[in-house]
Design a protein around this ligand. Structure first.
Ligand SMILES: [Zn+2]
Length: 276
């Protein structure tokens, strides 16, 4: 999912940015025949399941995701969906988690659904001795998960996969307060236009681990991707300690999202336990 390099930018399907993207591509079209092929692929791509248009409101909003295409069915009929309200938790002996995120990100893409940083190889997390490689991280505002029914201003998702392709997402909650130097550095590379991708000159020096809180205590439950295709079997670790960001840092992210919320509503918990 994260390894789809530039596809991340091309995958965006929102109407506003499609206009922008085609405008951007139109310039290239005049210059190069190669661009014709690219436009052809993008148009053809919109018909495929993976490219089905979805959004956070209206007729293609979260309550309709499951009906948009067969590939998104789990969004409608899944029983272990994310996000959820993290309440009524069960105390458990949760193993330790270690983050070895190292230094450097490859690029930052605005795909119209979120702003996502792609991470090179080598960054990983170990939970209970089980290793997961960090593939990408991205943001939602307001938060997707609730804690005791309360939303946070922003939520970061660090998406990992183990050697067998099992997914684990680590969540960081952001609340308004002092500015975050790490967020500030990352936002310098944030493309404000959907469909755009940027590399940061000093991205090699950016440390994704600086976005994490000091205290690594977490809530744990089993859920799904919070965006189509809403695949289940995802291990969620929600870090308890929020990180502060300034109002203008949240504001800049919201601006990159055209001032639209990009959070899926909380889903039924059904029989699942939330451990802490
Ligand atoms: Zn997410």
């Amino acid at each position: 999912m994260a390894s789809q390099a530039y596809a991340g930018a091309g995958r965006y399907c929102g109407p506003a940015s499609r206009v922008r993207a085609s405008g951007r591509l139109a310039g290239k079209l005049r210059a190069s025949a190669q661009a014709t092929t690219l436009i052809g692929l993008l148009v053809a791509g919109t018909a495929s399941a993976e490219e089905a248009h979805w959004s956070y409101s209206g007729e293609t909003g979260p309550e309709h995701w499951g009906e948009l295409t067969e590939a998104f069915e789990r969004c409608g009929d899944g029983r272990n969906q994310s996000p959820i309200n993290l309440a009524d938790r069960v105390e458990a002996e949760l193993g330790s988690v270690r983050f070895d995120y190292g230094t450097g990100i490859q690029s930052v893409v605005n795909n119209g659904h979120t702003v996502k940083a792609r991470v090179g190889s080598g960054a990983e997390m170990t939970v209970n001795g089980h290793r997961f490689a960090l593939e990408q991280f991205h943001f939602h505002a307001p938060s997707e998960h609730q804690v005791q029914g309360e939303y946070f201003d922003m939520e970061g998702h660090f998406v990992h996969a183990d050697a067998d392709g099992n997914l684990a997402v680590v969540t960081v909650m952001f609340e308004e307060g002092d500015a975050s130097p790490a967020v500030g550095q990352l936002w310098q590379a944030m493309p404000m236009e959907a469909g755009a991708e940027r590399t940061l000159e000093d991205a090699r020096g950016f440390r994704p681990g600086d976005l994490l809180p000091e205290d690594k205590a977490y809530y744990r439950y089993n859920g799904s991707l919070t965006t189509p295709p809403c695949s289940e079997g995802v291990l969620w670790l929600v870090l308890k300690e929020p990180v502060t960001v300034s109002g203008s840092q949240v504001g800049l992210f919201r601006e990159a999202m055209d001032n639209n919320d990009n959070n899926r509503p909380v889903q039924p918990r059904n029989a699942r336990a939330v451990m802490e």
